[in-house]
Write a protein that binds this ligand. Structure first.
Ligand SMILES: Cc1cc2nc3c(=O)[nH]c(=O)nc-3n(C[C@H](O)[C@H](O)[C@H](O)COP(=O)(O)OP(=O)(O)OC[C@H]3O[C@@H](n4cnc5c(N)ncnc54)[C@H](O)[C@@H]3O)c2cc1C
Length: 397
């Protein structure tokens, strides 16, 4: 009954287990999958997230697996011309106290999992799906389904939902609010750096902006692989977020070739170099409106369960890591009850997260603009220089 239950063993759930453990708080973490899996794709971590990971003692483990891009170069996807450049590596360490890192998602997940194991304060329950729960003033009673089809009940003092975009914890205590289909798709691939022409083997992070699409590239796994993400406004109606398992590799490649017609030829060549693309339909929710959107009584949400966002600021996991740190901080306030701690967490977080959600949506319009809006965007980047591309409000926070 003294336990804190965490639902979901993704980046948000593991980060929260680790952060709470750093404050001496034991947790029980339940993950529905019988084994941990992470998507074979890259992830960018802003200095706001990296600073927190370093403070948890993960600096060396990250250094062994991550990549530090030297700069962010923004290009016009139609003609390949450079629009702007933001120095990142040393510049970010000086400005924000930590670098920007790019990683394979599985590596980040493993670094967190190893740290949770080493800390020894979290009991992991794989193959356990939360199916139901009821909270009252004394406790939260939850029902679980295990991998053998057995159901069981447990009681805890708090239930923390890190169970992603289709959160069951959210359904237990919040008014249903439909996920919003953006009509955008993310196509992801990893290419071995050795197999690429020299022009693509660089230390940069590349961002190519075009009408109704953009492309992001960066090295991962110490520079051995190039992560490529093509984000398209495909307009195809899908009901739920997830991988496009209905389409064959050939159909996916055909979609990409068609969408990139008229783009800079070198960009088209890069996309043709990969035979392995997977497409993910992008959904989000409207920005949070109040602290009650993140915590109610003995229940709280974090990461995508609380604030799913479009990946156009590359901060979904970053916000989950921030959530974890702020949530854990509340356990240093010994005089507060569990409800007060969760409430204080939500109050501290909701406005920042809402701003990030809103900016991610705005970036979708700016990145994919055409005509006069694109002209204005390009002019701002050319004349405003790095200052236009930097985000101190985000990275220093
Ligand atoms: C194309 C794309 C690119 C992105 N790029 C970036 C980036 O560069 N930088 C960045 O910071 N973010 C990025 N993101 C966002 C980031 O991936 C997510 O915000 C982040 O992974 C969310 O982590 P989470 O732990 O909250 O949720 P999830 O990773 O979804 O984990 C939820 C976990 O809960 C489990 N679960 C679900 N329901 C139950 C249940 N009922 N019982 C038990 N377990 C359950 C699931 O199995 C899963 O393991 C990107 C997202 C996309 C789609």
């Amino acid at each position: 009954m003294d336990d804190i239950f965490l639902v979901g063993g993704g980046i948000g759930g593991l980060a929260t287990a680790l952060a709470l453990g750093q404050n001496g708080v034991a947790t029980q973490l339940f993950e529905q999958s019988p084994v941990f899996t992470e998507v074979g794709a890259g992830i960018g971590l802003g200095p706001n997230a990296v600073r927190r990971l370093q403070a948890w003692g993960l600096g060396q483990a990250l250094q062994a697996k991550a990549f530090i891009p030297s700069q962010l170069k923004v290009m016009d996807a139609q003609n390949g011309q450079q629009l702007g450049c933001l120095p990142m590596a040393h510049n970010f360490v000086q400005r924000y106290g930590a670098p920007y890192l790019t990683m394979h998602r599985a590596d980040l997940h493993q670094v967190l999992l190893d740290a949770v194991h080493a800390q020894g304060l979290t009991e992991l329950h794989l193959g356990h799906q939360l199916i139901n729960g009821q909270a009252n003033a004394q406790a939260v009673r939850t029902q679980w389904l295990d991998a053998d089809g057995q159901t069981m009940s447990h009681e805890s003092q708090a239930l923390l939902g890190a169970d992603g975009i289709n959160s069951r914890v959210r359904e237990l205590a919040w008014v249903p609010q439909k996920l919003q289909a953006s009509g955008h798709w993310a196509y992801r691939s990893l290419l071995p750096m050795q197999a690429l022409p020299l022009a693509w083997r660089s230390d940069d992070m590349g961002l190519w902006l075009g009408p109704r699409l953009h492309v992001v590239c960066y090295p991962v796994r110490g520079g051995e692989w190039l992560n490529v993400v093509v984000l398209l406004e495909a307009g195809q109606e899908v009901q739920t977020p997830g991988w496009d398992t209905q389409r064959s590799a050939q159909q996916t490649a055909a979609d990409l070739n068609q969408a990139l017609q008229g783009s800079f030829s070198r960009l088209q060549d890069l996309v043709r170099m990969s035979e392995h693309w997977r497409a993910w339909a992008l959904f989000d929710r409207s920005p949070l409106q109040t602290d009650k959107d993140m915590a109610r009584g003995r229940l709280a949400l974090l990461g995508d369960a609380a604030h799913p966002m479009l990946p156009y600021l590359a901060q979904g996991a970053g916000m989950a890591i921030e959530d974890a740190q702020v949530l854990a901080l509340q356990w240093q306030r010994t005089k507060l009850s569990v409800e007060q701690r969760l409430n204080a967490y939500a109050q501290a977080r909701w406005q920042r997260v809402a701003k990030v959600q809103a900016r991610a949506r705005r970036n979708a319009q700016v990145f994919h603009a055409s005509g006069a809006v694109a002209w204005g965007r390009n002019a701002a980047m050319r004349w405003g220089g790095a200052a236009v591309m930097d985000m101190p409000w985000l990275y220093a926070g």
